[in-house]
Ligand binder design. Structure first.
Ligand code: KG4
Ligand code: ZN
Length: 341
């Protein structure tokens, strides 16, 4: 069977095609122009999705060397995300489903990230400890199967990627700050500077707001006018260390408490080299398989949406065309995250 998937929840339009576990195409069109505004402008994002989605589908079909009539199932991200942006991809997918008379599967973006490790040759093994670290979400999950997802913790304030982006702004870096902070941190040699990691009531929750404030205080107190380049690198390094340590310490607690066979770190922030290396070390320490998707599958992409659509279809899930887009993680009815341990 041939599965088509569409992603348009934020500032990436993406179309992917999977056939028999082989990824035939995964095209991602990134809306770079948002960096001029210091963040994603929803209305501009919707318009850009609308312009690119049709040519991108055409290009994906060409790359996969198939015709549109060979598609058997159509998936699209239904949420969470920017509502206008979501509606472009979702409505496009519904239109295709209607005209081709093929099933339509709305996919939860977070579930797409959760299972993105399965796009790799070396796949996670259930039960897996799953850490979703993206621009919008930070979730620690125990995933026992494709349909049993238990939430252990989440952020009580900023998402990990959001913290990277906000600290990026403080350092006058272009949006998104994550990759630029990594680049700067790499140019810093060891430093005495450290930032504190917040404690949370629930042992598996995260908090990055205090860390962000500590960075701001440090800048205001020491560099009220301009931050010298070497000091910028030092701050980037210390900040990246603090986020890495926070993520590692919560995961280590979970490894000790739950029976797991693998650890998978997913979402945009999982592309961070320092975080990746630290998790590989953690896996070695506890003899657990670690799967971190390659960077193309860490950031938003349709391959993960297509794969999740395929999993749901093969499990027998069917949806009507009246399924709608939803902006928030709390406002949907088909996320299969069970909110108990
Ligand atoms: O998963 P994603 O592409 O979009 C969302 O669903 O949010 O994640 C985007 C986030 C941004 O906050 C970005 O700064 C962060 O991922 N990011 C990184 C790196 N690459 C992207 N953060 C740290 N280090 C990186 N190398
Ligand atoms: Zn995402």
């Amino acid at each position: 069977m041939i599965f088509l998937g569409i992603e348009s929840s934020c500032d990436e339009t993406s179309v992917a095609i999977i056939s028999d576990n082989i990824l035939l195409a995964n095209l991602v069109a990134s809306q770079q122009f948002h960096s001029n505004y210091g963040g994603v402008i929803p209305e501009l994002s919707s318009r850009a999705h609308l312009q690119i989605i049709s040519p991108l589908l055409k290009q994906a079909l060409q790359e996969a060397n198939i015709s549109i009539n060979q598609i058997d199932v159509i998936s699209a991200t239904a949420g969470p995300g920017l509502i206008g942006a979501l509606l472009v991809g979702l409505s496009f997918a519904k239109g295709l489903s209607l005209s081709l008379n093929k099933p339509f599967i709305p996919v939860n973006h977070i579930e797409g990230h959760i299972f993105s490790g399965f796009l790799m040759d070396e796949k996670p093994i259930f039960p897996m400890l799953n850490l979703v670290v993206s621009g919008g979400h930070t979730l620690l999950l125990l995933v026992k199967s494709e349909t049993e997802i238990y939430k252990l913790g989440t952020t009580i304030d900023d998402a990990a990627g959001e913290a990277f982006d906000k600290v990026g702004k403080m350092l006058n870096l272009e949006y998104p700050g994550g990759p630029k902070i990594q680049f700067l941190a790499n140019s810093s040699s060891k430093t005495e500077l450290t930032f504190p990691i917040a404690k949370t009531k629930n042992e598996f929750d995260f908090s990055f707001s205090g860390l962000k404030t500590s960075v701001l205080r440090h800048i205001q107190n020491n560099f009220p006018n301009q931050i010298p380049d070497d000091k910028k690198a030092e701050i980037a390094f210390a900040f990246q260390e603090a986020v890495t340590n926070a993520l590692i310490s919560k995961c280590e607690k979970a490894i000790k408490q739950f029976e797991i066979n693998s650890i998978s770190v997913v979402g945009g922030v999982a592309a961070n080299q320092r975080i990746k290396e630290s998790f590989i070390k953690l896996g070695k320490k506890y003899d657990k398989k670690v799967v971190i998707p390659s960077p193309e599958f860490c950031g938003d992409n349709a391959a993960m949406i297509t794969l999740r659509g395929k999993q749901l279809f093969e499990k027998g899930f069917r949806f009507s065309l009246s399924e709608n887009a939803f902006p928030s993680i709390h406002s949907n009815h088909f996320l299969r995250i069970n909110y108990e341990k």
